[in-house]
Design a protein around this ligand. Structure first.
Ligand SMILES: C[S@@+](CC[C@H](N)C(=O)[O-])C[C@H]1O[C@@H](n2cnc3c(N)ncnc32)[C@H](O)[C@@H]1O
Length: 361
């Protein structure tokens, strides 16, 4: 499986952005935390009663917050869309990458491991948004999966191994006898493949709305020598029979869908799970650190085109799961490699508020 191999100037530029993001995540984040505390001392806690009030006060009074916000927006924008950005690097290798992907697509379809749906129209909420500032999103270009894979290397500000979070998630999934396991919103398969080692006798499935990601996912499973049944479907309405799976999981999907889709996906997962089966998700919810944590996370959502991130946080997801018929639903702290924090404790550096959701049918 060929990965992007940018020239030295592009690698140096991307490294500069990554290091700048590191400073942003530690030093500037702490400066904003100090300005937040000073503003609260000055104006009293009532003036910063919620994330919107904090946004109004800090954006008007803290130059360090303005700088923090500017960097958050533009370091990510430059990572993708600039002369030394990921999209330019993809373009520089387009003929070779496209040829390899076309061959993989043909092989995956011929072997029955890749089911693409010609004429499939992704939901409007998906195609209308350039999530995390990826121009055109993950379905807008046949090479979008390659770009996404490369970008993922620097998504986590602590610059952990991009696969570590998936290994940790897989290890956190409750043990059990699983015959069939489905990853919804599987992307390029990074979140799917670790399940092969954890549940070696299970048949793995992955669905996504983005064909470019699924082709990349097939390349990944093929290179690893693992068979996965990949198919292009929306998680709201799949073609799987009732009770087909023992485990359905998702990683970083739920914050990318609007509330009606979230409810539909939850109902659909309940339908395709066998009794006693589990729906396990890793996603961003309940930012620790009270008002400060919410202010930072909702600001990130706005600045990074994560248009449904806040609505997911403001949804009682456990209640939604119970309404769909799950008899047990819990949210547990998840350590992405940078620790876990109590609800009222702001982390000492910027981090995604990752949480583990486990629901049982
Ligand atoms: C942030 S990515 C995560 C991908 C993968 N799970 C990972 O962790 O690397 C979210 C994925 O969900 C997919 N997606 C968005 N809405 C979807 C839907 N309604 N049904 C299925 N997939 C969806 C997107 O195409 C994208 O690949």
């Amino acid at each position: 499986m060929r990965s992007l191999s940018p020239d030295r100037a592009t690698l140096a530029y991307q490294d500069f952005l990554r290091r700048a993001k590191g400073r942003w995540a530690r030093d500037l984040y702490r400066a904003v935390a100090a300005d937040f505390a000073a503003a609260r001392d000055r104006a009293g806690p009532d003036a910063l009663a919620d994330a919107d009030a904090a946004e109004a006060v800090l954006s008007a009074t803290s130059a360090r917050y303005q700088y923090f916000g500017w960097l958050e927006r533009h370091l990510q924008r430059l990572k993708y869309a600039s002369p030394r950005g990921i999209l330019a690097a993809v373009d520089a290798e387009r003929p070779a990458l496209a040829a390899e992907l076309a061959a993989a697509r043909e092989a995956g379809v011929a072997r029955g491991e890749l089911r693409l749906a010609p004429g499939f129209t992704p939901p409007r909420y998906f195609s209308a948004v350039d999530f995390h500032q990826h121009p055109g999103g993950v379905a807008g270009d046949p090479l979008a999966g390659v770009a996404y894979d490369f970008g993922r290397q620097t998504t986590m500000p602590a610059h952990l191994d991009p696969d570590e979070v998936h290994r940790r998630f897989t290890a956190a999934v409750p043990a059990g006898d699983c015959r069939r396991i489905l990853d919804i919103g599987c992307g390029t398969g990074r979140s799917t493949l670790p399940f092969a080692a954890r549940f070696p006798s299970a048949v793995l499935y992955g669905i996504d709305v983005a064909a470019p990601c699924l082709v990349r996912a097939f390349q990944r499973s093929d290179a690893a020598g693992v068979r996965v049944e990949w198919s292009q479907q929306a998680a709201e309405q799949t073609d799987f029979p009732d009770g087909h799976f023992d485990l359905v999981h998702s990683t970083f999907l739920l914050h990318e869908v609007p509330r009606p889709a979230l409810a539909a996906i939850t109902r659909e997962v309940h339908r395709i799970l066998a009794p006693g089966g589990r729906f396990v998700s890793l996603d961003f919810h309940s930012p620790p650190g009270g008002v400060f944590g919410a202010f930072i996370h909702y600001g990130h959502a706005r600045r990074n085109n994560e248009v449904f991130m806040r609505s997911f946080c403001e949804t009682d997801f456990l209640g939604l799961q119970r309404d769909a018929g799950f008899h047990e639903a819990v949210m547990l702290p998840f350590d992405d490699g940078s620790g876990t924090w109590a609800a009222d404790e702001a982390p000492p550096h910027w981090r995604f508020p990752a949480q583990l959701f486990v629901a049982t049918k």
